[in-house]
Design a protein around this ligand. Structure first.
Ligand code: ADP
Ligand code: MG
Length: 266
């Protein structure tokens, strides 16, 4: 799989201790598992009723995404990107169709299974960071591990490694209000990765950032993809983020209208 805009293979050898360290953080993925789709959507629809009106937020979406792909999801506001993300996160059920992620059928899973899925296998990043203001960076990033029952000392150790990965070691004891928007988003990304999810989904992660912070977040996403730390799906209006992705999926009116992986339009 080619990765546009990422680290070139020649630069790989010069990648430093950070990379070796972060690679050690994540178990290597077997090559067979690498080829099986991590995500499979079959004819997925999501309709909302508002009064007499039915909104077809998703309208027959079928898609397969392999492990370690970096997929940019684009399209005009209202085309269904966030709806697709909510379904992939198990926050809502589809009206019809099938969604399987990492072997779990989300369309039939009960609330307990979906909570466990989000806690253990999924990382979520939103436009507005959603960090806990009463906690510092280290505590925010450790939190998902504590929820999983990981011991506090081990949680802090792993959180510190992720904080280093996102370049915020010198901000680890800072509270949310002491961080810039870009630093908050990088903290949110560290938090979303700390439990080694199979899938990281980000909904407009650069949408609320100035161009410099957005560029830093974009480089971080590229690094995560280049180091194959997880599978990435990023809903974005940013052409830079889309260009950095290994695959671009474009939506319109609840449908996938272009997929760079298939080079066909439906
Ligand atoms: P995007 O993220 O691409 O901007 P959304 O997935 O948020 O698009 O929205 C897709 C369509 O579904 C829009 O027309 C939106 O108004 C509608 N929609 C989203 N959520 C709801 C909801 N909870 N109730 C009614 N309509 C909704
Ligand atoms: Mg949206």
């Amino acid at each position: 799989m080619s990765r546009k805009g990422g680290f070139s293979t020649t630069r790989k050898s010069s990648r430093s201790a950070t990379i070796a360290k972060s690679c050690a953080l994540f178990a290597p993925v077997a090559s067979v598992a690498d080829k099986a789709p991590l995500i499979s959507l079959r004819n997925v629809t999501r309709h909302y009723k508002t009064g007499d009106r039915a909104v077809h937020a998703l309208d027959g979406v079928s898609l397969e995404i392999a492990r370690n792909e970096f997929v940019a999801l684009s399209g005009a506001s209202g085309c269904g990107k966030s709806t697709l993300i909510h379904l992939l996160a198990g926050l809502e059920h589809p009206t019809a169709g099938e969604i399987v992620v990492d072997g779990l059928a989300l369309h039939t899973a009960d609330d307990t299974a979906l909570t466990d899925y989000r806690r253990r296998r999924l990382g979520l990043v939103f436009q507005f960071f959603n960090l806990l203001p009463t906690m510092n960076v280290l505590e925010n990033v450790s939190f998902p591990l504590l929820l999983q029952g990981v011991a506090p000392q081990e949680s802090e150790k792993r959180a510190a490694e992720l904080i280093a990965l996102v370049g915020l070691t010198d901000r680890a004891t800072h509270f949310v209000h002491q961080l810039s928007g870009g630093e908050q988003q990088r903290t949110a990304i560290a938090r979303a990765l700390v439990h080694r999810p199979s899938l990281l989904i980000a909904d407009e992660p650069t949408g609320n950032l100035d161009s410099q912070s957005a560029a830093a977040v974009m480089r971080l996403l590229e690094k995560i993809a280049a180091e194959r730390l997880t599978t990435l799906i990023v809903a974005t209006h940013s052409s830079e983020v889309a260009a950095a992705a290994s695959r671009r999926v474009e939506m319109r009116d609840g449908k996938v209208v272009h997929d760079s992986a298939s080079l066909s339009c439906s």
